[in-house]
Design a protein around this ligand. Structure first.
Ligand code: ZN
Length: 491
């Protein structure tokens, strides 16, 4: 099979050595046994394994294409363009799609069995299932018995996403949210947010935590599809899109001008409305016109923006110009003079960073720049906020300092502002003489200063810091390790 893919003899012998050679020894009571030659198969976790698996799985794709070619398997035809789709593969997730006919079942069974014999892989029928869309249940029962697998129901999961569910419904996403919550260790209970989410999402040098704004991430990932749609090639997904939404969708800077069909998918709607009123995407892509083979004469800008050298136009006219048209003629020549055709195909450019072409990351940066309310920090603030995250303290200490610098710690004055305390409860918990604010607690409170002094004494650290204003240092004590964090205090 590798030979038919066109791999050379040398490469194939390497692969053979990797797969068939290889020794294995087992740790028994902590000491390795004699090496065992495993003869066949890669070791578990071998980085080659997934790559070779893809090559083998491509064999299944080849088989399916062949049965479709010789008309033994009738694939599903998409849209008015009738693009045949018979197989979707992603690693070991495989989806065969076709019409519900007896002939197709036979062909499918033959292909799968043939693939098993040829590749030595086994199809796990127990994990496979057959799903009918508008198929009578008699047929489905028969198919499940024939293929020896279960009957599945929609929505089912493909690549971890529910297929056939309503993506606009909250309930569809609830299991996924739940798993994310589980991973983050969040529960459903309500907690007070101390720092605004917008502030948290700011970059670190703007006093945020540099967390990605998910809405913008989503838009930039969608923009990647828009970028890919600028080019015409033979990817299956693009053929499917063309079959459903016509050829007009390729090479368009702005999809919003198209009519969105009534039965368009949510994904397509989102894609069309991606840049909405702001047109940020259209503005971020440009085109270097070469011979003009994919550029519209009337609808696109193809002059201007171009540099030295003059191109001589030899314009052909159907008739002689009238005298009064001469001025117009000269204006026209002036306009087109700056355009120089090149002998290359027209090429789309991503103006975002100008070098790499489109990346979701540069789209994200662009979107973030468009959000105009950037916070400008004074240099000393910028210095401090940058320094916090480089400090060697554990992250919880750094996070606390960050919260403190923004004055978002749970001091009594802050609790009072959020109406979580009564007005008569706001005195300092340590000295009881002043209102408990962050500045008081960390700089002016006598009791706190004494405690810090004593701690410093026990640990033999001479550090103090507890009065005045301006940039000072606080020393954080955690598990007997010390970190100095520059602290900025406004008087
Ligand atoms: Zn106090």
């Amino acid at each position: 099979m590798l030979r038919r893919f066109g791999f050379s003899l040398k490469w194939r012998s390497w692969m053979k050595a990797c797969v068939c050679g290889g020794n294995l020894s087992i740790l028994v009571n902590g000491s390795p046994t004699e090496e065992i030659s495993i003869k066949r198969g890669l070791k578990q976790g071998d980085p080659l394994a997934p790559l070779l698996f893809l090559l083998v799985a491509e064999g299944l794709g080849g088989l399916m294409r062949r049965v479709v070619e010789i008309a033994r398997f009738r694939p599903f035809l998409v849209g008015s363009g009738e693009v045949p789709v018979s197989l979707l593969q992603y690693a070991d997730d495989t989806l065969c799609i076709g019409e519900a006919t007896i002939g197709n079942l036979w062909a499918l069974k033959t292909v799968l069995r043939g693939f098993e014999i040829a590749s030595g892989l086994k199809v796990n029928f127990w994990k496979s299932c057959v799903i009918g869309v508008n198929v009578p249940s008699d047929f489905l029962n028969m198919a499940s018995e024939f293929l020896n697998c279960r009957i599945g129901i929609t929505p089912f999961k493909y690549l971890g996403l529910p297929v056939g569910a309503n993506s606009r419904k909250m309930a569809t996403w609830e299991p996924m949210l739940e798993s994310v919550r589980g991973r983050l260790g969040l529960s459903n209970q309500h907690k007070t947010c101390w720092v605004k989410w917008d502030d948290v999402c700011r970059p670190k040098d703007e006093a945020g935590l540099g967390i990605w704004d998910l809405r913008l991430v989503n838009i930039s990932l969608l923009a990647k599809w828009r970028w890919k749609l600028l080019f015409l090639d033979t990817n299956v997904w693009k053929q499917v899109v063309i079959a459903r939404y016509s050829n007009d969708v390729i090479g368009k800077r702005n999809l919003g001008v198209l009519d969105i069909p009534r039965n368009a998918s949510n994904w397509w709607r989102d894609l069309c409305h991606l840049d909405g009123d702001s047109n940020w995407f259209s503005l971020a892509v440009g085109k270097r016109v070469g011979r003009g083979d994919s550029t519209y004469f009337w609808n696109e800008v193809w002059v201007g923006n171009l540099v030295e050298g003059r191109w001589q136009w030899n314009l052909l006219w159907r008739r002689e110009r009238f005298q009064w048209e001469e001025d117009q003629y000269h204006d026209f020549v002036d306009v087109i003079a700056s355009f120089i055709p090149l002998d290359n195909h027209d090429k789309w450019l991503w103006l975002g960073d100008g070098i790499q072409g489109f990346t979701a990351n540069s789209a994200y940066c662009q979107l973030e720049n468009n959000v105009s309310n950037r916070r400008i920090l004074v240099p000393v603030e910028e210095f401090v906020f940058k320094r916090i995250w480089k400090c060697a303290a554990p992250s919880k200490v750094r996070a606390f300092v960050w919260q403190l610098l923004l004055n978002r710690v749970q001091t009594k004055d802050n609790l009072l502002k959020r109406k979580m305390l009564q007005i008569d409860q706001q005195m300092c918990v340590l000295c009881g003489r002043n209102t408990e604010t962050a500045v008081h607690l960390f700089l002016h409170c006598d009791v706190a200063a004494k405690i810090c002094g004593l701690l410093g004494g026990w640990l033999r650290v001479r550090a103090c810091y507890m009065n005045g204003s301006g940039v000072r240092s606080i020393v954080c004590v955690d598990d007997c390790a010390l970190w100095s964090v520059p602290l900025l205090v406004s008087a």
